[in-house]
Design a protein. Structure first.
Length: 158
């Protein structure tokens, strides 16, 4: 008997009790319903404990996999740094292999000091440098105090 049926049966018995007196048959039915509920509750308890244990195992596995991912990501960054430094040292801009190619892609970014010219700042919840405006001004030849254009070579593996 499922939990819904146990509850329905108990409600039916309770309704019969409000209409009349407690007969030996109703008392027996109440005891059976209570025992069914007890058995069902114990079974629910076992299922809940099993699911909680499985959730703990899954959490541990997620943590293990996240640590493994972090280790792999750190290794990738170290390897990229090493190959980038070596290629720059030898002046190599491209290395081709049968299945991939290592090359550099130039990118530009703005590095700002704390005291950037206020003409190039926007107001959000706090004052922040407007890097797009600063980059445009520097490219136009203007001198922006506290900011400089940095050109970087980013390693690509395609």
């Amino acid at each position: 008997m499922n939990l819904y049926n146990i509850k329905s049966e108990y409600i039916n018995i309770a309704m019969q009790l409000t209409d009349g007196e407690l007969t030996p048959e109703l008392e027996q039915a109440l005891q059976i319903t209570e025992q069914n509920l007890h058995d069902k509750a114990v079974n629910y308890g076992y299922v809940i404990k099993t699911l909680e244990s499985e959730a703990d195992i899954i959490d541990a596995e997620i943590k293990r996999l996240q640590e493994l991912k972090k280790t792999r990501s750190n290794a990738v960054e170290r390897l990229k740094t090493n190959i980038t430094e070596a290629m720059e040292l030898f002046g190599v801009t491209e290395v081709k292999a049968p299945t991939f190619k290592l090359s550099f892609r130039k990118s530009e970014s703005i590095e700002c000091d704390e005291f950037v010219d206020s003409n190039y700042c926007t107001v959000k919840t706090s004052i922040a440098p407007d890097k797009v405006a600063i980059k445009q001004a520097i490219k136009e030849g203007k001198d922006v105090v506290g900011a400089r254009l940095v050109v970087k070579n980013n390693l690509q593996i395609k």
